[in-house]
Design a protein around this ligand. Structure first.
Ligand code: HEC
Length: 109
């Protein structure tokens, strides 16, 4: 038992350190994300809850997932004409900030 716990602890520490190293260099700026999200609100809703059935809600989505989707649209790995045209003008920094902003809105409703 103790050994298993020890391994888990070590694993968590490595994980936390990796997170600090990758995220610590440039922390996401939620306020900047909020400002940048003005254009997104037209389709995804003011608070990240869309009123159009085919437009996804973004509120409370995990930042890592949102970031990946935006990068995929930008790199045309995920194809949607509306989102490709949105994502092409986003910098990597904008994407990080937007992802953090939508996550910060909390639980999906
Ligand atoms: C013209 C309408 C429109 C605008 C403006 C728009 N989106 Fe979208 N967005 C969509 C649609 C439609 C989809 C669903 C695409 C699909 O079906 O694959 C989508 C999908 C997404 C997804 C994937 C969500 C998921 O659950 O997989 C993210 C993330 C996203 N948009 C973020 C943004 C951000 C950030 C902005 C502002 C920079 C933005 N969108 C602006 C219409 C829009």
């Amino acid at each position: 038992m103790r050994d298993i716990l020890g391994e888990k602890m070590k694993f968590s520490l490595v994980f936390i350190m990796a997170g600090l190293l990758s995220g610590g260099l440039q922390a996401a700026d939620i306020e900047a994300g909020k400002k940048r999200a003005g254009v997104c609100a037209g389709c995804h809703g003011q608070d990240g809850i869309s009123i159009v059935p085919t437009f996804p809600n973004l509120k409370g989505q995990k930042a890592a997932y949102t970031e990946k989707q935006l990068l995929d649209f930008k790199n045309k790995k995920r194809i949607d004409p509306m989102m490709i045209s949105q994502a092409k003008s986003l910098s990597d920094e904008d994407i990080k900030n937007l992802a953090a902003y939508y996550e910060s809105l909390g639980e999906k409703k």
